[in-house]
Design a protein around this ligand. Structure first.
Ligand code: G6P
Ligand code: MG
Length: 220
């Protein structure tokens, strides 16, 4: 039986994946580096610095000639773009079906955790007013390795006091699904079935997420 559900934030609870894209796009344009939706797919779930490295690796020099300070400035610049874009995010931007799912979990007595790689996650959770639905919010700075490593999902399970095999992870990114699987959890993917093919159960949109359907498919 399922004993806990651990959620990603960006692209699962709210459509901030599009704001991350826009914020990176602004920086990439300034640096004259090609950047499109397809490339952005690889950045979903990946932390800020690692994302920047992937973008810079497109340059002929492999980006190796930049100082750490320069890279930190670019990462900060992306984050400033992002923070402007999410300034007005409120509960109207919670994705369809998510609140119903949260209510069903509460009713079933299933605790929920948040395993977002974003350092802006707590701010968004507050703006979206979904704080009461989470028993645990993992601080991404407290884990050694970002997704696709399992660390953040394992930390959430540990803080919830639930063994991995009784946990379900919900993700919209390939790196996220890999993290859930490496953590030994049941992976629910939201989005494109080809991109998320390693997931145990896939829905195209959040509106199709239902606790009862997940429970029916759950193998733990
Ligand atoms: C999430 C998003 C990524 C983002 C990462 C770090 O995983 O899917 O696109 O790069 O968080 O976010 P941050 O807000 O800390 O830059
Ligand atoms: Mg995501």
């Amino acid at each position: 039986e399922i004993q806990a559900i651990i959620f990603d934030l960006d692209g699962v609870i709210t459509d901030t994946a599009k704001y991350h894209y826009e914020a990176w796009k602004q920086l990439a344009d300034e640096l004259n580096i090609p950047f499109d939706w397809k490339f952005n797919e690889q950045l979903k779930g990946i932390d800020r610095m690692a994302s920047l490295e992937k973008i810079l690796s497109q340059l002929p020099d492999e980006g190796k000639s930049f100082t750490l300070e320069q890279k930190q400035d670019w990462a900060t610049s992306k984050n400033m773009n992002y923070q402007l874009l999410i300034e007005k995010v409120d509960e109207s931007e919670i994705l369809p079906g998510i609140l119903d799912l949260f209510h069903d979990l509460k009713q079933a007595g299933i605790p929920a955790g948040l395993a977002s790689a974003s350092r802006n996650a707590r701010t968004l959770v507050r703006q979206l007013k979904v704080e009461p639905f989470f028993d645990v919010i993992v601080d991404p700075t407290s884990v050694a390795q970002g997704k696709p490593a399992p660390d953040i999902f394992l930390k959430a399970a540990e803080e919830l006091g639930v063994a991995s095999r009784y946990c379900v992870g919900v993700e919209d990114a390939e790196a996220g699904i890999q993290a859930i699987k490496s953590a030994g959890m049941f992976a629910v993917g939201v989005g494109d079935a080809d991109t998320l093919s390693d997931a145990d159960y896939i829905v195209a949109e959040t509106s199709q997420l239902s606790f009862y359907d997940i429970r029916r498919h759950f193998v733990g």
